[in-house]
Design a protein around this ligand. Structure first.
Ligand SMILES: C[S@@+](CC[C@H](N)C(=O)[O-])C[C@H]1O[C@@H](n2cnc3c(N)ncnc32)[C@H](O)[C@@H]1O
Length: 203
């Protein structure tokens, strides 16, 4: 996943915008739902937020309050920083966060949790819970009759091919996996979902 996203950084937003190799995809309702997703993030109360695996900061830049974006890809971080004039973007590992306990109010993870294997999920959740008392996860919505996980082969503009593990969720199942309490569904769409959970205290 890591080398794939470094190679994909410059073309990543094509997925959100329906441009480039995504221009020919038939995705009914995609644009409206993407805008509803960014509006739901913009509606969150201002907070010190860590956006883990922030990518190009396509979602991050809608957050209010002090924002730090972290990603393992230097290419992603360069783009993210250019979009966060009042925030900070840095290279780092989401599974070993370089921050003190309780350093943030909220962790956001967009389209990241659903790429993690079992032990990585546990490591990420433990780190999220350590640095913040709220976790917002944005990911891909499960569709009736479709599989909830798959190994996908993806092609980039340079013709390179990459195998990527991906999962799809319902809001309730995702909230149950994340643990914590006070689960709130911020968006339950055909394409995207966003769920917030709270942890009793940052450890
Ligand atoms: C599908 S992209 C999501 C980007 C962004 N959060 C969004 O929702 O548009 C997944 C991101 O996870 C990053 N990533 C993968 N493994 C990581 C890790 N262990 N630590 C930090 N970032 C990681 C990749 O570099 C990539 O930018």
């Amino acid at each position: 996943m890591r080398s794939y996203y470094e190679a994909r950084a410059a073309e990543y937003d094509d997925w959100y915008l329906g441009t480039g190799r995504f221009a020919s995809r038939d995705r009914p309702g995609w644009d409206a739902e993407r805008d509803a997703l960014t509006a739901a993030l913009a509606a969150l109360p201002p907070a010190r937020t860590l956006d883990v695996a922030c990518g190009t900061a396509f979602l991050t830049l809608h957050l209010r309050g002090f924002v730090v974006g972290l990603d393992q890809s230097a290419g992603m971080v360069r783009i993210a920083q250019s979009r966060l004039p009042e925030g900070l973007a840095l290279v780092g590992d989401a599974l070993a966060l370089p921050f003190a306990d309780g350093a943030f109010d909220r962790v956001l993870a967009g389209h990241f949790y659903g790429h993690l294997a079992g032990e990585e999920r546990a490591a990420f959740l433990s780190e999220a819970r350590r640095v913040a008392s709220e976790l917002v996860v944005v990911d891909s919505a499960l569709r009736e009759g479709e599989p909830d996980e798959a190994w996908q082969e993806r092609e980039l503009d340079d013709g390179s091919r990459h195998r990527v593990y991906k999962r799809w969720f319902t809001p309730d199942a995702l909230a149950a996996e994340l643990g914590g309490g006070d689960a709130e569904t911020l968006l339950a769409g055909l394409w995207f979902l966003a769920v917030s959970v709270r942890f009793a205290t940052a450890q």
